[in-house]
Write a protein that binds this ligand. Sequence first.
Ligand SMILES: CC(C)(COP(=O)(O)OP(=O)(O)OC[C@H]1O[C@@H](n2cnc3c(N)ncnc32)[C@H](O)[C@@H]1OP(=O)(O)O)[C@@H](O)C(=O)NCCC(=O)NCCS
Length: 346
Amino acid sequence: MTGRDGGATHIARFRPTDDDEALDLERRCPQGRKLRLSFRRESFQLRSRSFSEWAIWTARDRGRLVGITASAIKPAELFGRRIRAGFAYDLRVDPDYRGQGIARRLMSVAHEWAFERAELGYTYTVADNRAAEHLISDFGADRSGSYEYLIAPACRELPCGDASTIPPEVAHQRHLDREGPFDFYTPPDWDRMRTGHVRSWLVGKGPDSASCSAWDNSAILGETIEAVPLSVQTARLASRLPLLRLRSWPHFPRAGEAIRSWYLFDVTAASSAAAWTLARAVAREAMECGVNWLYWIAPDDVSWKEAVLADAPRLATLRVRYLRMLQHRDSPAQVIGKSYVDVRDV
Ligand SMILES: CC(C)(COP(=O)(O)OP(=O)(O)OC[C@H]1O[C@@H](n2cnc3c(N)ncnc32)[C@H](O)[C@@H]1OP(=O)(O)O)[C@@H](O)C(=O)NCCC(=O)NCCS
């Protein structure tokens, strides 16, 4: 396909020698509006390696790497039926080369590759990324649900009860038992997920229990703050006023800082009280590990959202919505409702 660049951009499969340029390109492609983040990772392929089948493509203009994208093929279940799903991610175009159809050309190659191998394709985009949503819908994908990051700083010195460590597989099964069944589900591949998994916790018993797992994305897709919302800037300034210093404040990040965060996934809670106890246990351990920012992955319709944010200062709490864009290769049999959020996809 020839884009508005007149086809001058050369699209090719990623080679390991592209790595430095790809990482440099990524640093120049921040995302988000109020909370604006740029990404750092050890190797561009690291995220892809958490999947078993994947491909990355680059776009070069006169030798310079100006665009990149990736796709993975994952085993999935659609209404309980085993299928293969294509997941698209890591689309970036050099700011100096935008609006020339480079993303469209990269996506076209990735789209063809995925639909030769899978019967369903999906991706996520932050809800205010108009360019990405426009482009993805043009390829035939529609909005199909969403999830929110509930982003809260970990707070110090809050009393909390005991939490026990459980294997991630057990936390996942608890999540499936309580939150499932899912219309669309992609099972985790634990052997490939050891790089990111930190720990899984269980608090309470029976009807008053809650559990989740933590994921550290710093090596895979570490985030650096480019801009924080005014509310967080205000909270940071307030925490430095002499009178208010008496209070125990959480850490408020500022522009230029690499975020030390955990993503909390497979979260399930039988009650608000159990969710609150879990959130305190996770926050305490995060602080002990030098992690000061928690991202709770909250799919639509979960009941524990307010409880996990209960202790976080309002000014410093953010909610960022991501849209799931999904496309069937053949005509869809049923509309997809409830879907599982795989932490490798976020
Ligand atoms: C999103 C991104 C990849 C688009 O790259 P690009 O090469 O400029 O895109 P293209 O030139 O192929 O244009 C794609 C379409 O998006 C449209 N578009 C671009 N900016 C837009 C905006 N702000 N609002 C709405 N549409 C927009 C273009 O007009 C074009 O549509 P058209 O062909 O119907 O005119 C690029 O902006 C980027 O790298 N952003 C940062 C990383 C990112 O957000 N990645 C996507 C994560 S899901």
